[in-house]
Design a protein around this ligand. Structure first.
Ligand code: CA
Length: 222
C-alpha cells in the first residue's frame, strides 16, 4: 500500500487531508511538528511527503533541506499558506517536487499526489475530457463547451461543474459539494453551493442541474 506522510500542525487540515487520502486508498501518518516529520521521512517507510511550510520546532523548508542533505529523494509536495512566489520558488529550489497553496481543494491536492507518485509514467491515455450529453469539460485546458460552443466559467464554477461531471446521475449533497469544491475552507452553514448551482444553470442550461429536495443536486444525464 502506498504510504503518505502528512506533516501538518493544523489538526483540522491534517484530518481533512488524511480522510481524503484514506478514501483514495492510501495509508497515511500525520506528523504535527517538523522534527517528527524529519525523523519519519528518513525512515524509508513512506512513498511521499506532504510538507506544511509553517511547522513548529523545525519549519518545512528546514525539514526539506535536511532531507535532501541526507540524500533522501522522497517526493515532497509543499503545502504553503503563503501564495508568495518567493516562498514557492525557495521551496522548489530547496528540492521540493511541487507545491499546493492553501486553501486548496482536495481534488487539486490528489491530482498532485498522483502525479508525484508516478513520475515519468505515460499519462497520454488518461481521461482529460469529461462529457455528459452536449456538455464537455476539458480538464487540461480548463475549458467548457456546450454543443461545441465554448462557455466561460470562473475557476469555482469550473470545479463545481467538474464535481457534477465526475458523478453523472448521482445525487450530491451540499456538504459533499462544499468539501470537494471549497475544501476545508468553508462555512458549513453557507448557501454558496446554491448560489453557484444557479450560476451554472444560467451558463450551462437550467435543465441539467436537478434539485433533489432535502438531499442536494444531480446532474441529469440524457
Ligand atoms: Ca502550519
Amino acid at each position: 500500500m502506498t504510504s503518505i506522510l502528512i506533516a501538518e500542525d493544523e489538526a483540522r487540515i491534517a484530518a481533512f487531508v488524511e480522510k481524503g487520502l484514506r478514501a483514495g486508498g492510501y495509508a497515511t501518518t500525520i506528523a504535527s511538528d517538523g522534527r517528527t516529520a524529519l525523523d519519519l521521512a528518513g525512515s524509508g517507510a513512506f512513498d511521499l511527503l506532504l510538507l506544511d511550510v509553517g511547522l513548529p520546532e523545525l519549519d518545512g523548508f528546514s525539514v526539506l533541506r535536511r532531507l535532501r542533505q541526507a540524500r533522501n529523494s522522497l517526493p515532497v509536495i509543499m503545502l504553503t499558506a503563503r501564495d508568495d512566489v518567493t516562498d514557492t520558488v525557495a521551496g522548489l529550489e530547496g528540492g521540493a517536487d511541487d507545491y499546493v497553496t492553501k486553501p486548496f481543494r482536495f481534488e487539486e491536492l490528489l491530482a498532485r499526489v498522483r502525479l508525484r507518485l508516478r513520475p515519468g509514467e505515460d499519462r497520454s491515455g488518461e481521461v482529460t475530457v469529461l462529457a455528459s450529453g452536449e456538455l464537455q469539460l476539458d480538464l487540461l485546458t480548463r475549458t467548457v463547451a456546450v454543443a461545441g460552443r465554448s462557455v466561460s466559467l470562473s475557476s469555482r464554477e469550473f470545479s463545481l461543474a467538474e464535481a457534477f461531471l465526475r458523478h453523472p446521475g448521482q445525487v450530491l449533497s451540499r456538504e459533499q459539494l462544499l468539501s470537494s469544491v471549497w475544501g476545508y475552507d468553508f462555512d458549513p452553514g453557507s448557501n454558496v453551493v446554491d448560489v453557484y448551482v444557479r450560476y451554472l444553470r444560467k451558463k450551462l442550461g437550467a435543465e441539467r442541474f436537478e434539485t433533489v429536495r432535502g438531499m442536494g443536486y444531480r446532474l441529469r444525464t440524457g
